[in-house]
Ligand binder design. Structure first.
Ligand SMILES: *Cc1c(COP(=O)(O)O)cnc(C)c1O
Length: 421
């Protein structure tokens, strides 16, 4: 998807330099071809095993409406973690039956919305939530489709902030409490108990933790069947990692094959909720060098993208490979720290990279399609950049650059003199 041609970096058939001139920097640029091929890798692998597409794309990885519409057209359902994300899924054309609702803190209003819509499943994460969902369903005189998100207590080798499946974190129902909660749910009139789910974390680069989690979940499912609680789906969550820097995650096909073979004696329909592995390597962040600055110990390149545009480096200590938009064969290479203009020492994008840089140069950070734009903010009153979709030699603006006026529009013009008296 990214290739140099005459020393100029192209995404599909478009030069990144031309995209920068046309749309300005910083901006996110996505390859339709990569996005589609990632999704189809899941769909085809499932199809090879005779399963209908039961892929629920995790919207939080990248929630741009055009990206959602593309995935919806390709057949995806959606995993949502807020009422806002459910609204996005509907706006993207999804039917409620292809929407799941996850998350530890669903509000009354969000649950009401989900029940009224009749979504595929509300994935319950606590005993109190079960009571609340049932009470709301009863009040509405409707039936809520529910599953429990069970915490299989698996420790994974990932950053602690993106590990979710051990007993130390807030997610899911404790494994040992799940059976009793399922039993209790069968006594509640307005619930349709339809599945079991888990999600053990993100950026997982080996199959083993997924297999361990599945073993745990299958054991519980067996127990439920013996008690005559019959589910229709088993949801392994998301979490498959991608290669940012020397990681060697299994391919999407290998991952799907491993899951399906574990489930071969199980009659439940498998569901998957991938986020990162669908959008991560389909997007880059394009940024311009504003200044090069040398101090006693360091060379800094101050670029026009910052932690508000891409939070991953400071939040997760993440690594994004950096490539210049144009290679300058004669230029001398030095080690650079790539930093943004925000007034925080945590405002860095990369450390110690071998590059030949000067003011005005364009850089791209690879693998920024997931948890890039969707985590961006307006800190330092910085308007978020545009988002551009590339298909072959065509470019489409899928999100306009924000204006400063937009950032201030919700702050009323109160006459403070009347407050100060
Ligand atoms: C975030 C999340 C996902 C997606 O995780 P990825 O690592 O992006 O694949 C799936 N399911 C749930 C419940 C999530 O919270």
């Amino acid at each position: 998807m990214l290739e140099y041609y005459n020393n100029k970096l192209k995404i599909e058939s478009c030069e990144l330099q031309e995209i920068a001139v046309k749309y300005g920097t910083p901006c996110y640029v996505y390859s339709l071809q990569q996005l589609r091929s990632n999704y189809l890798a899941y769909a085809n692998a499932l199809q090879n095993h005779g399963h209908r597409q039961q892929i629920f794309y995790a919207i939080k990885a990248n929630s741009n409406l055009t990206i959602l519409r593309i995935l919806q057209q390709l057949g995806a359902g959606f995993d949502c973690v807020s009422g806002g994300e459910i609204t996005r899924a509907l706006q993207a054309g999804s039917i409620p039956e292809k929407i799941m609702f996850s998350g530890v803190g669903k509000t009354h209003a969000e649950i009401k919305m989900a029940i009224e819509l009749g979504i595929h499943s509300i994935n319950i994460e606590s005993a109190e939530e079960l009571i609340r969902v049932h009470a709301i369903a009863k009040e509405l005189n409707l039936t809520a489709n529910i599953a429990f998100r069970v915490n299989p207590n698996i420790t994974i080798d990932s950053h602690p902030y993106i590990s979710t499946g051990s007993h130390n974190n807030k997610f899911g129902i404790e494994y040992n409490a799940a059976f009793e909660l399922y039993k209790h749910a069968t006594t509640l009139s307005n619930l349709n108990i339809c599945g079991i789910t888990c999600h053990i974390g993100s950026q997982i680069t080996s199959l083993e933790p997924f297999m361990q989690a599945l073993d745990q979940i299958l054991q519980l499912t067996q127990q439920l069947t013996e008690y005559n609680i019959n589910l229709s789906f088993i949801d392994i969550g998301g979490g498959l990692g991608i290669n940012y820097h020397n990681e060697t995650p299994p391919t999407i096909a290998a991952y799907v094959n491993a899951i399906i073979s574990k489930l071969k004696h199980c009659k439940l329909t498998p569901h998957i909720e991938p986020g990162r592995s669908i959008v991560g390597n389909a997007g880059v962040l394009l940024t311009k060098v504003e200044y090069v600055k040398t101090t006693a110990n360091n060379n800094f390149a101050v670029v026009d993208a910052a932690m508000n545009d891409l939070m991953r480096p400071v939040l997760y200590d993440s690594y994004h490979e950096i490539m210049p938009a144009i290679i300058k064969p004669q230029a001398s290479i030095k080690k650079y720290n790539i930093v943004g203009p925000v007034c925080e020492s945590g405002d860095f994008l990369a450390h110690s990279r071998d590059l030949a840089l000067a003011a005005g140069d364009l850089l791209i950070l690879k693998d920024c399609g997931a948890y890039g734009s969707s985590m961006s903010s307006n800190y330092n009153t910085r308007p978020r950049g545009a988002e551009i979709l590339v298909s072959g030699d065509k470019t489409y603006v899928i999100r306009d650059r924000e204006t400063i006026a937009q950032l201030m529009q919700n702050e009323q013009n109160i006459d403070v003199r009347s407050i100060l008296v």
